[in-house]
Design a protein. Sequence first.
Length: 95
Amino acid sequence: MSGAPAFSIVIPAYNYAHFLRRAVTSACTQDGADVEVLVVDDGSTDDTPAVMDKLSAEFGERLTYHRQPNQGPAAPSPAIWPATASASAGSRRGR
């Protein structure tokens, strides 16, 4: 991805492993869209991290994953996790 994306899609995730592939694939494959997809994992105890490892490898720079201790409903808020995710501790861009 070159330059800033036209828009961002934030997907909050808490024990969301069974829906992540569909949600992330839908967001990352929008036709003609210059988009970044940010997944905020709010301390999931299911397979969310493993699913995100696979999706990060598949979608690369377009996808950013941020895992944090559980913070409740406000977790994906820009006040807690700014759109400049790559500068945030615990964040990683796809490989």
